[in-house]
Design a protein around this ligand. Structure first.
Ligand SMILES: NC(=O)c1ccc[n+]([C@@H]2O[C@H](COP(=O)([O-])OP(=O)(O)OC[C@H]3O[C@@H](n4cnc5c(N)ncnc54)[C@H](OP(=O)(O)O)[C@@H]3O)[C@@H](O)[C@H]2O)c1
Length: 353
C-alpha cells in the first residue's frame, strides 16, 4: 500500500489529507511506475488548493502538485528510454513532448492526478533522466518553474549574452530566470518587495536589485540603471499591476514574456508603447518535456543548482508547505521530501542533499 494526498471534493488546504491505496502498476506497455522521492510546490498548486482555479479533473478525488522526481521501479515492455532504478523527473504536461501547445495539454496535479504520492504511473515519454550533479530535491524544482523560466528567456525571449534582463521577486520562476540569464552572460536587474531578500538575489548573481515596495516607480529606476535604454527581456510574473511599468521599462524591440499574475489579473494597460517601441509580448505557459531536458542539461553543464527555500518539509507536513508558500516568505522552490528513506538515498552515491 502507498500513501498519497488528496483534496476533498472542494479543494482547500485544510481538506488535504493523507490516504492509502494499492500501488499503481503499468497499464500500458509504455507506462512507467516512479517511486517519488521529492516534490516541489508552485503558485499554481496553491491557486488550486485555495479554489482560485477550478480543478478540471471531472470531480472526485484529486491528488495535487505538478512537480516531482524519483526512481523508476517498474516499466512496461515497450519502454526503452529509462531503465529500472534510474533517477527521473517528470514533465509538467506528461503528453506534451515537443513543439507548440494547442490547448489540449493536461498537467499533473490539475487535470491529471499529481505527484504528492509515494508512487505514480506516468507515460515513459514524460520522463527526463536526472544528471548526477542534481539531487532529487533539486530535480523536482524544474518541471514548472525551471521550464517556464527557460521558455520565457531562451525560447520566447531569444536571450542574447549582451542583453539586460528584468526579473520580479524571489519566487521559483524568478530565481530560475536569474540563474539562467546570468549563466548566459546577461546583465540582470531583479526586483524584490522584501528588503531582507536582496542578499539572496545578489548571491544568485543579480547585478542590480530594486525594492518595488520602496521604489514604487521602479520602471524609472530600471531606465536609470540602463542609462535610459531599458531592458531587453522581462520575465513578467506580476500581471495586471506591474504590466504597464514593464512596458515602460522595456527597450526598443524588447521582449516581454507574460508569465504570472501575482499582482492581479485585471487592470488597464496602455498599448502604445508596445506599438512605438516595437515590443514583442509572448504568453508563456510552462513548456514541453524537450524543454525540461534542455534546462536540466543546461544546469548540469554549467554546474548550477536551483535555489531551494531554506525550509524543506516532510511528507507528513504537506499542509505546512502550502502555508509557507502562501506567506511568500520563501525564496526559490519549496520542496517536500516524499520518501524520507535515507537508507535508499544513502545507497545512491549521486544523491545530494
Ligand atoms: N505561465 C506559466 O507557465 C507559469 C509557470 C509558473 C508560474 N507562473 C505564475 O508566475 C507567478 C510566479 O510563480 P512562482 O511559482 O514563481 O511564485 P512564487 O514562488 O509563489 O513567488 C512569489 C514571489 O513573487 C514575488 N512577488 C509577489 N508579488 C509581487 C509583485 N506584485 N511584484 C513582483 N514580485 C512579486 C515575491 O517575492 P519578493 O518577496 O522577493 O518580492 C513572492 O515571494 C505566479 O503568478 C504563477 O501563477 C506561471
Amino acid at each position: 500500500m502507498m500513501r498519497y494526498y488528496a483534496f476533498g471534493s472542494i479543494a482547500d488546504i485544510d481538506s488535504l489529507h493523507l490516504k492509502t491505496k494499492n500501488n499503481p502498476v503499468p497499464l500500458n506497455d509504455t507506462d512507467v511506475i516512479v517511486r517519488v522521492e521529492a516534490a516541489s510546490l508552485n503558485y499554481k498548486d496553491l491557486a488550486l488548493a485555495r479554489g482560485d482555479l477550478p480543478l478540471n479533473n471531472g470531480g472526485g478525488e484529486h491528488v495535487p502538485v505538478s512537480d516531482g522526481a524519483g526512481r523508476v521501479v517498474a516499466k512496461g515492455s515497450a519502454v526503452t528510454n529509462v531503465e529500472l532504478g534510474e533517477r527521473v523527473v517528470a514533465g509538467f504536461f506528461p503528453d506534451f513532448v515537443d513543439g507548440n501547445p494547442n490547448g489540449s495539454e493536461k498537467s499533473l496535479g490539475h487535470e491529471l492526478q499529481g505527484m504528492l504520492s509515494e508512487f505514480v504511473r506516468l507515460p515513459a515519454h514524460a520522463l527526463v533522466k536526472i544528471p548526477p550533479t542534481l539531487s532529487f530535491a533539486e530535480a523536482a524544482a524544474f518541471p514548472c518553474a525551471g521550464v517556464t523560466a527557460w521558455n520565457a528567456l531562451i525560447e520566447k525571449g531569444e536571450l542574447g549574452h549582451e542583453d539586460t534582463v528584468l526579473t520580479m521577486g524571489t519566487g521559483g520562476v524568478s530565481m530560475f530566470a536569474l540563474q539562467i540569464a546570468k549563466a548566459k552572460g546577461a546583465t540582470v536587474i531583479s526586483l524584490t518587495g522584501t528588503e531582507a531578500k536582496k542578499a539572496v538575489l545578489r548571491q544568485a548573481g543579480a547585478d542590480h536589485v530594486v525594492n518595488y515596495n520602496r521604489i514604487t516607480d521602479w520602471d524609472r529606476a530600471v531606465l536609470e540603471l540602463t542609462d535610459g535604454r531599458g531592458v531587453d527581456v522581462i520575465v513578467e510574473v506580476g500581471g495586471a499591476k506591474t504590466f504597464q511599468r514593464s512596458l515602460n521599462a522595456a527597450t526598443f524591440g524588447g521582449r516581454i514574456s507574460a508569465v504570472g499574475v501575482l499582482a492581479g489579473i485585471a487592470g488597464a494597460v496602455d498599448p502604445t508603447s508596445i506599438i512605438f517601441k516595437s515590443l514583442t509580448v509572448n504568453g508563456v505557459f510552462v513548456g514541453n518535456t524537450r524543454m525540461l531536458g534542455d534546462v536540466v542539461a543546461f544546469y548540469n553543464t554549467n554546474a548550477l543548482h536551483p535555489v531551494l527555500d531554506t525550509e524543506t518539509f516532510r511528507f507528513e507536513e504537506a499542509q505546512a508547505a502550502f502555508s509557507r508558500l502562501m506567506t511568500q516568505q520563501h525564496t526559490g522552490k519549496i520542496v517536500i521530501d516524499v520518501s524520507q528513506d535515507t537508507r535508499n538515498k544513502d545507497k545512491d552515491p549521486t544523491h545530494r542533499t
